[in-house]
Write a protein of this length. Structure first.
Length: 416
């Protein structure tokens, strides 16, 4: 078994920048079955983690609001996850170069479970800051290791489709999470117990992956600066994805309210946007595996730009108000916006060797989280200055800046 796994990894290492292998040997067919089980286990685990963390965010916000905590403090609480990512992310490549990936995943899930059950035990604000940071650190480890795992086992012919399945599971988990809080209610220990159960569920599929666990090269990990030098375009796309997703998720309801919608219809804007997040990723991945991934990514940026321009036109007080068209537009916009994450992750794996994957995926997640932190701040500032259309101006400016910087990089590479 170990020999077959090593052979698979050697083939993967050799084909990272080359064409996909044609045909499989008898032994490789066994590896193909093990590969499917390994990938399914990681995707299932990501779904469970998505549910848990998708429930935690609204739960803590509701509990803190009910306790009379200031909105600024609630916002700082929400920043603990990305803060943890930025603090510990740089240590993860060294960790996964020395410890096998499966024990790292189990440990991260154990830490997250313990943190979840400690929230009702220590109900002070300072303890919740610490616990949320700890859960953020554990979630970051699971997030990065899962992406390393997926990219290590992906092949050129199915990489985007696999990243689409991964992104779909993640988005679906985050969508289900708030429904868990709705079912349990925000009070008492029950919602925290449900979150802990969700994390434990994320561990259940992992034994299926034991037969084929990616092993990264044992030499020193690639430096964290290397991905920024080698793949600036991919990391810029990750930054844009984080900025747009976070800004739109936070401020679309407010935009709806300021456009004349009631609270229920304003929240529905996010629901349509998130539905596109979930539905589009696998079809986008299948399309990307049969076309130029970077050109499709550029098309997704263009769709985000067009979505921003159409939003004020289709809004209730716009030139062409239409709820059905607005819902359809948000559905497509949400799918293509989150498609930036899916496609840039696939391109990252396509351009990285096994030795580079840990540093590349870590840099990718850290940059995405920088966008997630800065997006709501920039959108809030823009809406403070320009009213509700500040959200539109920020989105258009961010997409236009992406095209400008990408064009300058392309011109620089083409120069003799």
């Amino acid at each position: 078994m170990e020999q077959r796994v090593r052979c698979f990894q050697a083939a993967k290492c050799a084909s990272v920048r080359g064409p996909a292998c044609i045909g499989w040997s008898e032994g490789a067919r066994v590896n193909a079955r093990e590969r499917r089980r390994s990938l399914a286990a990681i995707i299932g685990s990501v779904f469970g983690v998505g549910i848990a963390y998708g429930a935690l965010t609204p739960l803590l916000s509701l509990r803190l609001e009910a306790a009379g905590v200031d909105s600024l403090v609630i916002g700082l609480q929400g920043a603990m996850f990305p803060m943890a990512t930025l603090v510990i992310g740089g240590f993860i490549p060294a960790l996964v170069s020395r410890v096998r990936l499966l024990p790292v995943l189990y440990t991260s899930l154990a830490v997250a479970t313990a943190s979840a059950v400690l929230f009702p035990v220590f109900p002070s604000l300072s303890a919740w800051f610490a616990l949320r940071f700890l859960m953020g650190a554990a979630g970051t480890v699971h997030w990065i290791v899962s992406e390393i795992w997926m990219n290590a086992l992906a092949t050129p012919r199915d990489r985007s489709r696999l990243m689409g399945a991964y992104a779909t599971a993640l988005a679906a988990g985050f969508t289900v999470g708030p429904l868990v809080v709705r079912a349990t209610g925000p009070e008492g220990w029950l919602p925290f117990a449900a979150i802990a159960v969700g994390i434990l569920i994320a561990a259940l599929p992992l034994p299926l992956a034991r037969a084929l666990v990616p092993t990264l090269p044992p030499h020193d990990p690639v430096g964290m600066r290397d991905p920024f030098r080698r793949q600036p375009g991919v990391l810029l796309a990750a930054l844009l994805a984080g900025l747009l997703d976070a800004a739109l998720f936070v401020f679309l309801p407010l935009y709806g309210l300021r456009s004349g919608l009631d609270a229920s219809d304003a929240i529905a804007l996010v629901a349509w946007f998130m539905a596109g997040n979930v539905v589009f990723q696998i079809p986008l991945g299948m399309w990307a595996d049969r076309s130029d991934r970077w050109q499709l990514l550029r098309l997704c940026v263009l769709c985000s730009l067009l979505g921003a321009l159409l939003l004020p036109i289709l809004a209730p007080d716009g030139a062409m108000p239409s709820k059905p068209l607005l819902a359809a537009m948000l559905f497509v916009w949400g799918g293509t916006s989150f498609g930036l994450y899916t496609l840039s992750l696939a391109i990252l794996g396509e351009r990285s060797s096994l030795a580079e994957l840990a540093a590349a995926n870590t840099a990718f997640v850290m940059v995405y989280e920088v966008g997630s932190v800065s997006g709501p701040i920039l959108a809030g500032a823009a809406m403070e200055v320009a009213g509700r259309d500040g959200l539109i101006l920020l989105t258009v400016a961010a997409c236009a800046l992406f095209f400008l910087v990408e064009r300058l990089w392309r011109a620089e590479r083409a120069a003799p």
